[in-house]
Design a protein around this ligand. Structure first.
Ligand code: 5AD
Length: 363
């Protein structure tokens, strides 16, 4: 392994590696940034070794400095509207999967979605994320109208029309292109795991290959494209996480959401262990080194499992806030979580305070 330009024998023990890092005095940000070039992140094995370090402190600091250098201190706040929990897929980790009979299904109406988006934009959010299960009711035509409604919410605080991010699963290239034409700016479609066999076990209803094709289509039709994956999926190894991170790089993702798996008792993965929040943070830090200019959110699942920890000191620069109306919030249960009642204006203020508390600038 080569770190900071110095080859550390790969058989060296964690303790030696820790001593090595302690001795690596970093003097200036510039030096640190230069050092990134020398960290070897070429293969899943390189990354697995890094993830396995006993003391990850230096890498966290490096990731934070790279974030600062390339993205500044701004933390972007995104309002997320979860507008339908109807889903035709059977992803075995997800509470929305169609075999789950224990949640009540809902669809927000076009007007409800528009009204919620309006409130978010009036509260000062500049990006609205529209997320749903894979729900055939929301055809590209219907989605296009909704995108148009949200893009027309112009004129508040002179910031222009909001950025619209869609997260509605796998569609055809033509549908993605159509929605782009209707005004959608960004698309989130996590690859979930880059390991082919694990992907097939988790998704009785899909293939990694099609997922990756969708991501390539999204890029080609001009979206700012986001992928991402879960940490701690049963059967995942550190090398899998290495592969996940390299796939983000290979796809040149503009965004990447990396969060711990949370076991949902209403799914076939009930009773499995939750993913490690430490490993999730480490993976985000490495994503920052691989993709210095990417928008990397603090995922909701990470915030849920580690509510007390600083969410902004390991490379992330984005945070999402649910603005989904209360009557639907509980039913959008991807994994178990407790949410307080939605008050879009108050929630945004609280989020801004939290961001400032960590010496970052909310936007
Ligand atoms: N734990 C953590 N994240 C999950 N997701 C789905 N199910 C779970 C779970 N049990 C994530 C997936 C999906 C996003 C909407 O939520 O990564 O892309």
């Amino acid at each position: 392994m080569t770190v900071y330009g110095i080859v550390i024998p790969s058989a060296c023990h964690c303790l030696q590696r820790d001593l090595f890092f302690e001795n690596c005095a970093i003097k200036t940000i510039k030096e640190t940034i230069m050092a990134v070039k020398d960290i070897k992140l070429d293969t899943p094995q390189d990354i697995a070794e890094l993830l396995d370090l006993e003391d990850f402190g230096q890498i966290y600091r490096l990731a934070d400095q790279v974030r600062n250098e390339h993205m500044g201190d701004t933390v972007h706040m995104r309002a997320i509207i979860e507008f339908s929990n109807v889903c035709k897929r059977q992803c075995i980790y997800c509470g929305l999967n169609k075999s789950n009979r224990e949640i009540s299904r809902f669809r927000m109406s076009r007007r409800e979605i528009e009204e919620t988006a309006r409130q978010a934009v009036m509260a000062g959010y500049r990006t609205v994320v529209l997320q749903s299960g894979e729900d055939d009711y929301f055809t590209a035509e219907r989605l296009g109208k909704i995108v148009g409604d949200v893009k027309a919410l112009d004129g508040f605080q002179d910031t222009g029309p909001p950025i619209v991010t869609l997260s509605c699963g796998e569609l055809t290239r033509e549908e993605y292109a159509y929605l782009k034409e209707k005004g959608a700016d960004r698309y989130l479609l996590k690859h979930e795991t880059a390991d082919d066999a694990l992907y097939s076990r988790l998704h009785p209803c899909g293939e990694l290959k099609s997922r990756i094709n969708c991501l390539r289509d999204l890029k080609e039709v001009g979206y700012e494209t986001g992928s991402g994956f879960m940490i701690g999926l049963p059967g995942q190894s550190l090398e899998t996480v290495g592969k996940d991170l390299l796939l983000l790089k290979e796809l040149s993702c503009e965004m990447a959401g990396i969060g711990p798996f949370i076991s949902n008792p209403k799914t076939p993965l009930a009773g499995e262990q939750n993913g490690s929040t430490e490993l999730a943070r480490r993976a985000v830090a490495i994503a920052r080194l691989l993709l210095p200019k990417a928008n990397l959110p603090v995922t909701t699942s990470l915030a849920i499992l580690a509510p007390e920890e600083n969410p902004f000191d390991f490379g992330a620069n984005v945070i999402m806030k649910k603005v989904t109306p209360d009557e639907y919030k509980e039913a959008y249960e991807i994994y178990p979580a407790e949410y307080s009642k939605t008050n879009i204006v108050r929630d945004k203020k609280e989020l801004e305070e939290k961001i400032r508390f960590y010496n970052r600038v909310p936007k």
